[in-house]
Design a protein around this ligand. Structure first.
Ligand SMILES: [Zn+2]
Ligand SMILES: [Zn+2]
Length: 227
C-alpha cells in the first residue's frame, strides 16, 4: 500500500499535468493519491470543477484511485472554515490547509483555524505547532502531516513528537510538485521512521490513517461535473 494525499499539478505550481502525475504515481506503485492544488478564496470552485473531471479520467486511464482535493493557501484564518465547508459541498474529496511552515511566511493563526475545523482532513507542514493545537487536531480528526518536501520537512521531528504526545493522527505526504518528488514505499517509510515514529506508529501514518481518509472520501456523494 502506498498512499499520498498531497500533490500539485500545473494547475497551481506543479510541473506535471494530472495525467502525467497519475501515470508516474502508478509507476511508483501508488495505491491511491489525492491531487490538492493550491487554491484561494477566489478560484477554489473553478479548480475543483476541473480536478473532479480530470481525476475521474486519470483514475480510469491509470487504474489508480485519484481523488480531487484542494490545499487552502494564503486564505485569512477567519475564512478558512467557511471556505472548507463550501469546498466540501462542491465535491472536494480531500481538504488540506497550507500550514505555518518555517519555509515561508504563512499568516499566524492558520494552524489554529485548520485544527479547529472538522472539515479539514490534513494540516500540511504545520511547522512548530504547539501541543495545544495538536490536541485540538486530535479532537477534530485533523491529521498532522510529515512532509517529504525539502524545507517543510525540517520540523517533522517536532510534529511527530507533539502529535504522539497528544494522540493526534499523523500522516506522511510528498507535497509533490515534480516527478522526482513522488514517494516510493521505501521513501515514505524513511520519512516516518526518520521523524521518530516506531514501526507501529509508522504503519498508522502510512497505511491506516490515509486509508480511512480515502474510505470516507469515496463514501461521499458521487462526484458531479455540474457544480
Ligand atoms: Zn503547502
Ligand atoms: Zn502543497
Amino acid at each position: 500500500m502506498l498512499y499520498d494525499l498531497h500533490t500539485h499539478t500545473n494547475l497551481s505550481d506543479g510541473k506535471l499535468s494530472v495525467d502525467e502525475l497519475a501515470k508516474q504515481a502508478k509507476a511508483n506503485m501508488y495505491t491511491a493519491m489525492a491531487i490538492t492544488d493550491h487554491v484561494d478564496e477566489y478560484n477554489y470552485q473553478e479548480i475543483l470543477l476541473y480536478l473532479l473531471n480530470q481525476s475521474l479520467i486519470a483514475s480510469r486511464d491509470h487504474d489508480l484511485v485519484v481523488l480531487a482535493g484542494v490545499e487552502l493557501t494564503g486564505i485569512h484564518p477567519s475564512k478558512i472554515a467557511k471556505i472548507a465547508k463550501d469546498a466540501r459541498s462542491h465535491g472536494a474529496q480531500i481538504i488540506i490547509v497550507h500550514g505555518e511552515t518555517l519555509k515561508e511566511k504563512v499568516a499566524v493563526g492558520t494552524n489554529k483555524a485548520a485544527v479547529e475545523c472538522n472539515e479539514i482532513d490534513i494540516l500540511a507542514h504545520p511547522g512548530l505547532i504547539s501541543n495545544d493545537l495538536a490536541k485540538t487536531a486530535k479532537d477534530n480528526n485533523v491529521h498532522l502531516e510529515l512532509s517529504s518536501r525539502q524545507f517543510h520537512s525540517i520540523t517533522n521531528g517536532h510534529v511527530a513528537r507533539v502529535g504522539l504526545e497528544e494522540g493526534s493522527k499523523i500522516i506522511v505526504n510528498s507535497d509533490t510538485h515534480e516527478k522526482e518528488d513522488l514517494l516510493t514505499i521505501e521513501k515514505a517509510r524513511s520519512i516516518a521512521i526518520g521523524s521518530g515514529l516506531n514501526d507501529k506508529e509508522a504503519a498508522k501514518a502510512l497505511v491506516s490513517n490515509p486509508g480511512l481518509i480515502i474510505k470516507k472520501a469515496l463514501e461521499q456523494a458521487p462526484k458531479s461535473s455540474n457544480l
